[in-house]
Design a protein around this ligand. Structure first.
Ligand SMILES: Cc1cc2nc3c(=O)[nH]c(=O)nc-3n(C[C@H](O)[C@H](O)[C@H](O)COP(=O)(O)OP(=O)(O)OC[C@H]3O[C@@H](n4cnc5c(N)ncnc54)[C@H](O)[C@@H]3O)c2cc1C
Length: 380
């Protein structure tokens, strides 16, 4: 977004999968490849690239904001699945960084520096990504709870038990009502956990689900429905991925503001309760959905465009939630990045290390030509 004028780089024609080395579980790709298209092209090899943001994102965009999604609880975020990068620096130099080995302890980790740098340190022109095998067997379930705190506590217990969910998502009742309205799924409009477990035999994930059912019942679960077939699981997964767009469609006169805090799991239940209370008391349409297994919470507000009072309330709630997340040892942004909207929280989150981030920016881009106005507040 060229907020200060400038040139926009369009990667849509750099969209080739250059090489797939299936026996190394790696692919070399260009930044304009859309991750869903990459996974479609890998399906016949039984492989996939696991980070899955809700958006139809390019690999370049995913690397730039360290995107993650429903499968991150098992497979990590984008940064955990990048092995090598080719990057064009601000001075025109082209560097390659990283290794094709699955691990390294050689030198500074520039992969993790560029991943999540939001286009402010260099332009990614090629990436070697890590692939994983498609799961052989899966078992999916939904569990509903009397209140979100109980669902949040179940999340903690599921992770603690070592059940290793492939995804573990929490949807508040208002999201379930929307899904029922748009997709006629007839779900119980209660706080709901939607989860999936993988295994190599049919019995393995089913056995895990038995244990998870017991955990959920212990937390006051009202309904536990396991053994979802491929179709039902596919519809639920689509509903979860389309959540943000569904909300937008239902509020045509409004604009969105989405919180993206992530907290340690021990603070998760408290943060979910806080977000729920704030949303409820504000009277503004607010939807809570969460990558529960990562402690990542989205409170998606739809505020009337131009209504100053509504936007002041949304701003206040956002500040409060971020501030509480930071006090709990969390972050202002689990996956969406800083951009412009979260620059004001950088000092509170990073303290004196923000000075070192500025120095890194200065070293890579002394003239400030790469995505100016992002991450740092001017004059900070
Ligand atoms: C409906 C919706 C749902 C979403 N859900 C999720 C989610 O679940 N998880 C999540 O992590 N995110 C989510 N997002 C955010 C989304 O993941 C990111 O916006 C996405 O990764 C960006 O990809 P893009 O191709 O759209 O990139 P763009 O929006 O085009 O770019 C994003 C940033 O990357 C930089 N950039 C792009 N390409 C390069 C490159 N080659 N080199 C250097 N910098 C580059 C740009 O400068 C910009 O700062 C969602 C967004 C929407 C609209």
């Amino acid at each position: 977004m060229p907020t200060q004028g400038g040139e926009v780089l369009d990667f849509s024609r750099m969209n080739r999968v250059l090489e797939v080395r299936d026996e190394d579980f790696q692919a070399d790709i260009e930044p304009g490849v859309i991750y869903q298209d990459l996974n479609e092209s890998l399906r016949h090899k039984g492989l996939f690239f696991p980070p899955d943001p809700g958006a139809r994102a390019t690999i370049g965009g995913m690397i730039a904001n360290n995107a993650s999604g429903t499968r991150t609880v098992r497979y990590g975020a984008t940064k955990d699945n990048i092995l090598k990068l080719t990057v064009v620096l601000a001075n025109g130099e082209v560097i390659e960084t990283g290794t094709r080995a699955s691990k390294t302890s050689s030198g500074y980790d520039l992969i993790h520096l560029f991943t999540g740098s939001e286009g402010t340190l260099g332009v990614v022109t090629k990436a070697t990504v890590r692939l994983v095998g498609l799961p052989v067997e899966f078992s999916a379930a939904i569990a509903t709870f009397p209140h979100v705190e109980a669902a949040a506590r179940a999340v903690f217990e599921i992770i603690r038990s070592g059940c290793d969910p492939a995804f573990l998502e929490l949807l508040a009742p208002e999201c379930i009502e929307l899904i029922n309205k748009e997709m006629c799924l007839g779900l119980n409009p209660s706080p709901t956990l939607f989860m999936e477990f993988h295994g190599i035999t049919e019995d393995q994930p089913a056995e895990i689900l038995g244990m998870v059912e017991y955990i959920c019942e212990d937390q006051g679960c009202e309904e536990f429905r396991s053994g979802l077939g491929r179709d039902e699981r596919g519809r639920l997964l689509k509903a979860r991925h389309d959540m943000a767009e569904m909300i937008r469609r239902n509020h045509p006169d409004c604009s969105p503001m989405v919180t993206d805090v992530a907290v340690p799991l021990t603070a998760y239940s408290r943060m979910i309760a806080l977000a729920r209370k704030e949303a409820h008391e504000s009277g503004i349409p607010g939807y809570i959905f969460s990558h529960a297994g990562d402690g990542n919470i989205h409170l998606h507000f739809e505020g009337k465009s131009g209504d100053e009072k509504v936007w002041q309330t949304i701003d206040r709630i956002n500040e409060h939630i971020v501030s509480e997340a930071l006090k709990a040892g969390g972050t202002a942004t689990g996956e969406h990045g800083v951009g412009m909207g979260k620059r004001r929280f950088m000092e509170q989150e990073h303290g004196s290390s923000l000075i070192w981030m500025r120095q890194i920016k200065q070293m890579f881009d002394p003239n400030g030509i790469l995505n100016p106005g992002k991450i740092f507040l001017d004059g900070e």
